[in-house]
Design a protein around this ligand. Structure first.
Ligand code: FMN
Ligand code: ADP
Length: 315
């Protein structure tokens, strides 16, 4: 997959004019709804005998318009997004820098520069995709502004049995620890990448060493609690039991940042500094402040058995 980083006004276009059948959106999560939009762009690319492309924006618009805690966390970081798009067989990815200059373009200017000038012949997007200053451009306008240069497909709401599949819904499910439902909406387990760092050296003393995972601050992490996970590193996948939280048995939660730590099942090696990927498989329980270390140890032993059972159900 070719990847182009575009910025406005400099580097807003490329010499290679495709032509492209393009899917446009922020696509955080690349969930089943996004997969349908991208699938449509791919299908049209085949029909027209041209290249398939995805256009996405970086950072998420909320990082420009909102401050601090109103910025949305990412369901998928760019590295994962790129890997998934590659697996989907997309030919070209355009990552457009989302800054005030880009956000101030009128819908007409956006279409001129980022659609027509790139050699786009077909545009696929979701029914609620908007573009141009203040999100004034809709898919109806996208079609109207084409003037014969490209065709469009608007994908209607994609729903599961309960509701619309959306990034907002997935963020909410993760904030409730519901990694199982999240996996249904994504079509794959929710995952987090990070590096194994040193912790407080207590895990081994408890009989359960835990790899502490440092993750990107802009990533969403499921709510505090205990989870059955798969952890991949060095080309292998292991089962694990993961605690997300502030270890209230040992700390005043007000003074702690959230840690993610995995006890890896049937494993005994030092892996500090190793890059890992966690696939979140199932929620087990909430994090608890135990009255004694013995109770905590007993409970972690039970959690490990629960995780083994939940993981074996998958294989
Ligand atoms: C499966 C599992 C469940 C855990 N549950 C809790 C819990 O409910 N409450 C708590 O205070 N700490 C919990 N912990 C965290 C332990 O207190 C932690 O692993 C220990 O402090 C070791 O930390 P360290 O790796 O920084 O040395 C859990 C850890 C694991 C692996
Ligand atoms: N089964 C295992 N699960 C997780 N980490 C393990 C395991 N066996 C060995 N380790 C190693 O031990 C470290 C965790 O030990 P621990 O006493 O919890 O120290 P720390 O507080 O630095 O995490 C891990 O980072 C890893 O290098």
């Amino acid at each position: 997959m070719e990847i182009y980083h575009l910025t406005y006004p400099e580097n807003a276009t490329i010499d290679d004019k495709g032509p492209y059948s393009i899917a446009i959106g922020f696509f955080d999560g690349l969930h089943k709804g996004h997969q349908i939009v991208i699938g449509e762009a791919k299908q049209k690319a085949i029909e027209l005998g041209i290249r398939s492309a995805v256009m996405t924006f970086d950072p998420h618009p909320s990082h420009l318009f909102q401050s601090g805690k109103h910025k949305v966390g990412y369901i998928t970081q760019y590295a994962e997004k790129i890997r998934l798009l590659e697996e989907m067989g997309v030919d070209t990815l355009f990552i457009v820098k989302f800054d005030w200059e880009l956000a101030s373009l009128s819908p007409e200017q956006f279409v001129e520069l980022f659609i027509k000038k790139l050699g786009v012949k077909h545009v696929a997007a979701g029914f609620d995709f908007t573009f141009g200053s203040k999100g004034a451009g809709t898919m109806e306008q996208m079609a109207f502004l084409a003037g014969g240069a490209y065709s469009t497909t608007t994908i209607d709401k994609v729903k599961d049995t309960d509701d619309k599949i959306s990034s907002t819904r997935i963020r909410k499910l993760l904030s409730q620890g519901d990694v199982q439902k999240t996996a249904e909406l994504l079509g794959r387990p929710f995952s987090t990448e990070g590096i194994v760092v040193h912790g407080e050296k207590r895990g081994r003393q408890l009989g359960f060493p835990t790899a502490n995972i440092a993750y990107d601050e802009s990533s969403i992490i499921p709510s505090n609690g205990v989870y059955a996970v798969l952890i991949d590193f060095d080309g292998k996948s292991y089962g694990g039991v993961c605690n997300v939280g502030k270890k209230p048995t040992f700390h005043d939660p007000g003074t702690m940042s959230t840690t993610v730590e995995v006890h890896i099942i049937d494993f005994d090696e030092e892996i500090y500094g190793v890059k890992v990927k966690i696939d979140w498989i199932a929620y087990i329980r909430g994090e608890v402040k135990f009255n004694s270390i013995e109770e905590l140890i007993k409970q972690i032993g039970k959690d490990k058995e629960t995780a083994k059972r939940l993981l074996s159900k998958r294989q």
